[in-house]
Design a protein around this ligand. Sequence first.
Ligand SMILES: [Fe+2]
Ligand SMILES: [Fe+2]
Length: 188
Amino acid sequence: MLRAKPPADWLDKIRGNLPAVLVDHAHLERKAATTALCLEKYKDLYPHVEELNAIAIEELQHFQLVLNLLKARQIPFGHAYPSPWISGMMKSIRNGSRHQAIDHLICCSLIEGRSCEKFQMLSGALAECDPELAQFYGSLVESEGNHYATYILMARSIDDAETDRRLDFFLDLDAELVQKPNAFPILH
Ligand SMILES: [Fe+2]
Ligand SMILES: [Fe+2]
């Protein structure tokens, strides 16, 4: 479904900066947990509050798993780098309760979808040089893929046609932003 691949040098940059990437990944999981809770503010998502709680718990568990890896590798937990891709997507979320909920869900679903894609790439690329990390990234693929699908279904439960229309818009935006060069060793 995604309309562009990450830049050609993305994988090498990630592979060459694994300690910084793990810190960035820890923040991503932390933000994924808080985002699931944040989505509970929308009236249209009140029927999904327990499902969103379950995602928040799962993301918090992922966060803890990354923190465990940091500790085992004696990498200090540090600050997060900004992601122009994520902020570029979030900036396009419209105001107005229903529109905002649909756009927010689509953005979250594409972040989850890109995580799923990139974790799969990393799992393959690290198989020989860092089997432990390769296994770890492989173990997250299914969960992030499920989050992608869940968020899209939640948007569809609000308005199917509007979700299709906005998904088309955000897929184009994602394809444009994902190709932009980024100086930092970050997953997104
Ligand atoms: Fe996660
Ligand atoms: Fe996720």
